[in-house]
Design a protein around this ligand. Structure first.
Ligand code: ATP
Ligand code: MG
Length: 461
């Protein structure tokens, strides 16, 4: 561990710092150099950087020309020997020295580096609107670590994808709270609560927040250009919660509702173009625009599928609110019955608390005979199922009748009415994008409580 590591500079902060230093010498980094720096800061080899960051030049060119030139520039700027394998020591030392003399940082003339913000050390402008209060927060450490890593390495578009009630909003709030100090502007908006009629309406709302920055407001009549002005100039974190509110219902997942198509253009631009900001989306459904984005270890677009809580975390969550008791086996059966879905578990736990003296075994006994789907659990599943396309419904009906995990070919040959290979694949992908079915070892199946609800629907047809 480096002695100066106590300074704790993450990749983006280190990059920002060296960009400022180089700007003093009149040099601005390009995307390729930034990617090499990011990888090197994390101790990666040229080969790994080339693969992870999808560099648009040959490995040989990166190794022989781009990298060495960058190290040479840094050597000059830091006035210290610097090697790719030992970047952190000299950079942290230089940072510590400069931090002791803030006037130096202020010397960087804005016209040399117009995109460089210099206010990372001051508090960000924060606008959280309609954010639910996260009281107790349990588990999710691996998810948070993974998401934070993607933000650290320059993730520009991050999607937390999972079924209703699985904990997307709660996780996104915790994530944003943890990383907000890395950003200059932090905005949270809920698409399901606000119901903006178009991207133009959302953008107007965001521009009102950006209006607090000491900038001349951009004058373009194109609202995306105006938004871009801020996203590229400042390091902004924008969280849009509940993206499914602007996606179409009754079709295979992911197309935008009429009038909401510009969201797709914006996501493409945010994912495909270099800037320092990060957009986090939470969604019950995978937007089609992202189908071909987000591959590769450190791609700027990242989709994080979210599963239910593990047994320990679910237990901790429920015991913090309800007086429950049960054997190890009862707890385990109970959490698995709802696939660790915190929304469903909370509803069921409140029933156990109110009607079964807090005894999990009594609840399980009753629900071995009857459905475990009731009240709000049913309404939430119903919201998700009413959005299915007719083809998705046919596939789910078949999975329910099969009663066990089935292979793709079994579905193809047995469903009625028949569908083409292409339609089957599209609908299977779409159902997986909604987290309603899962694929294990080439077999498709439903989580037990979703299966129960789907059985109920099939029986009522
Ligand atoms: N990690 C957690 N620790 C404690 N409680 C949690 C956790 N995750 C979710 N919950 C609780 O579970 C419920 C559902 O969570 P949340 O609203 O985040 O789900 P969601 O996936 O955003 O659902 P939707 O798709 O309906 O928006 C909330 O009451 C929340 O407080
Ligand atoms: Mg939510």
């Amino acid at each position: 561990m480096h002695l100066l590591m106590g300074l704790l500079m993450n990749t983006e902060e280190a990059l920002l710092f060296i960009e400022k230093l180089l700007a003093q010498q009149g040099y601005r980094l390009n995307d390729l150099e930034r990617a090499i720096f990011r990888g090197a800061w994390q101790g990666k080899s040229y080969k790994e950087i080339h693969r992870n960051y999808n560099l648009q030049v040959s490995l040989d060119h990166a190794m022989r020309n781009v990298g060495p030139k960058l190290w040479k520039l840094l050597r000059k700027a830091l006035d210290e020997p610097i090697r790719m394998k030992d970047l952190q020591g000299p950079i942290l030392r230089a940072y510590a020295a400069l931090a002791a003399s803030p006037a130096v940082a202020a010397e960087i003339p804005p016209e040399v580096s117009p995109t460089m913000p210099d206010s990372l050390t001051s508090a960000p402008i924060v606008s959280w609107e309609m954010t639910p209060d996260v009281g107790i927060f349990c588990g999710r450490n691996p998810d948070l670590a993974d998401l934070r890593e993607h933000i650290d390495v320059g993730g520009r578009l991050i999607v937390i994808l999972g079924m209703a009630g699985v904990g997307k909003t709660t996780l996104a709030i915790r994530l944003a709270q943890q990383v907000q100090d890395q950003f200059e502007v932090v905005i949270w908006r809920s698409l399901s609560v606000n119901r903006y009629e178009s991207l133009a309406a959302l953008t107007q709302d965001l521009l009102r927040v950006f209006g607090q920055l000491p900038d001349e407001p951009p004058m373009s009549s194109n609202y995306i250009t105006n938004l871009w002005h801020y996203l590229s100039r400042y390091r902004c974190l924008i969280v849009l919660d509940g993206l499914e509110a602007v996606l179409q219902t009754s079709s295979d997942t992911g197309s935008f509702q009429k009038g909401c198509e510009p969201y797709g253009e914006l996501f493409h631009r945010i994912g495909d173009t270099y800037h320092r900001s990060c957009l986090i989306l939470t969604s019950r459904e995978r937007p089609q625009e992202l189908a071909n984005m987000g591959r590769g270890e450190h791609a700027p677009v990242y989709i994080h599928p979210l599963d239910g809580l593990g047994e320990q975390a679910a237990r901790e969550m429920l015991l913090s609110k309800y007086d429950l008791e049960g054997s190890e086996q009862a707890w385990s059966l109970f959490v698995r019955l709802y696939a660790g879905n915190p929304f469903a578990l909370n509803i069921a736990a409140s029933k156990i608390h109110d009607l079964y003296e807090g005894d999990i075994a009594q609840f399980l006994e009753v629900h071995a005979q009857e459905t475990a789907i009731f009240g709000e659990i049913r309404s939430q599943l119903s919201q998700q199922f009413t959005r299915l396309s007719p083809k998705e419904n046919v596939i789910l009906t078949y999975l329910v009748k099969a009663g066990e995990p089935v292979r793709r070919n079994q579905i193809l040959h047995n469903i009625a009415p028949r569908v083409s290979n292409e339609d089957l694949d599209q609908s299977l992908q779409s159902l997986m994008g909604r987290s309603l079915i899962q694929r294990n070892n080439g077999h498709y199946s439903l989580e037990s409580f979703i299966l129960e609800y789907a059985q109920e629907l099939t029986n009522n047809q």
